[in-house]
Write a protein that binds this ligand. Structure first.
Ligand SMILES: [Zn+2]
Length: 375
């Protein structure tokens, strides 16, 4: 079992209120508590990739579209991390996205993602979306984002999960498109439900020039939006360095391959950059051969702030809760270590301080509760 360092927090302000987790740990009853009841924040989930498989089938039936076999498979998509593998992933994602052609479909995706997160103990969902793809069906990118933000507000009221939005530009589109999206995102900026909290950059890490997106991220930063790009997934430390220099992230989408350069990892930890680690996605996209190779223990041992995420459960058939459950099994994590991970996901989220305080207290209560199974 890996040895973990003492928990550190994303913001020094939380250290006092998190202290009870540490100080009470020795007296905590040992055993395995229900991870679905552990409050956690879900910070890496893509809009179309969040769709329930049944919703995909319903949308296909409504539109009389025959789904390609790779989307009908009950087996999760698994592809090598080479360009052909990524192409297959992208094609699957695009096939699913092409079915999202109405306001009602868009609202359904947001609402069901919040419901599914609620069932897994998520208290905060920051969902990434590039509204460009849905714009033609609802009258433009502004109405597209408006619908998503509005439904995020409604879903927050109905499920109790705070749903906020990250507008993400695509590496395979022109950097000028990214600027347009940044200006749009800025108009919806805030930290509450249904507001835009950050600006991202997604898609194939090997495409595009990272620095060409700096201007878009500067527009977002001026509006108070956090920088939340992908990086260090398909490429290693060199790509992470480019992302750090050009985009100044508060969190890195994936970032797992930063461990290949321990000095760089320490530098990012020192700079309080958090990592959105999506183990199942990494395995299914061939970044790692299996779950045990995902460097979660290294991140934890060095004191990094980690938020586990599902990325695209529609394609990988594995949601947020399974990331925690498999991490418990594969890395033999104690309930204290799992609570520490959940706490870090709250540290790294962009919710208000009052919401965070409430959730830290709930994590503390979870850890003080009697375990369901003793071990
Ligand atoms: Zn992603």
């Amino acid at each position: 079992m890996p040895t973990f360092s003492a928990p550190r927090t994303h913001s020094g302000q939380h250290e006092t209120q998190n202290a009870p987790i540490l100080t009470r740990a020795p007296a905590t009853p040992t055993g395995r508590r229900d991870l679905a009841l552990l409050p956690k924040a879900h910070l890496h989930l893509h809009f179309t990739g969040a769709m329930r498989p049944q919703t995909l089938l319903d949308l296909a039936r409504e539109q009389s579209v025959r789904l390609p076999p790779h989307l009908l498979d009950i087996d999760p998509l698994t592809v090598p991390a080479d360009s052909r593998g990524w192409f297959r992933f992208q094609r699957s994602y695009d096939s699913a996205r092409q079915l999202v052609r109405s306001e009602s479909a868009m609202r359904r995706i947001v609402r069901e993602a919040a419901e599914d997160d609620a069932a897994e103990g998520s208290v905060r969902l920051e969902m990434q979306v590039d509204p460009t793809s849905y714009a033609p069906w609802v009258g433009g990118i502004t109405p597209a984002l408006d619908i998503i933000c509005d439904e995020a507000k409604a879903a927050t009221r109905e499920t109790g999960v705070e749903v906020a939005i990250i507008v993400a530009a695509s590496r395979i589109r022109h950097p000028l498109d990214a600027r347009t999206l940044a200006r749009l995102a800025a108009r919806y900026a805030g930290d509450g439900p249904g507001e835009v909290v950050g600006f991202g950059l997604s898609n194939d890490e090997r495409m595009g020039t990272t620095s060409a997106f700096s201007a878009a991220f500067q527009i977002a930063a001026r509006a108070g939006l956090a920088s939340l790009p992908h990086g260090g997934e398909l490429l290693g430390p060199e790509s992470v360095r480019e992302v750090i220099t050009a985009l100044k992230p508060a969190r890195l989408g994936h970032g797992v391959r930063t461990v290949e350069d321990p000095e760089l990892l320490d530098k990012l930890i020192e700079a309080r950059v958090a990592f959105e680690v999506c183990p199942t996605s990494n395995v299914h996209l061939g970044v790692y051969h299996d779950f045990s190779q995902v460097p979660l223990p290294e991140f934890m041992a060095r004191g990094a702030t980690v938020a586990l995420g599902a990325d695209d459960p529609l394609l990988f058939r594995s949601r947020l809760l399974e990331q925690y459950a498999k991490a418990r099994e594969v890395f033999d994590l104690s309930d204290e270590a799992l609570a520490q991970l959940a706490q870090q996901s709250i540290d790294a989220c962009l919710a208000s301080e009052s919401s965070k305080r409430k959730w830290y207290g709930q994590i503390d209560s979870w850890l003080s509760s009697r375990p369901r199974e003793n071990c």
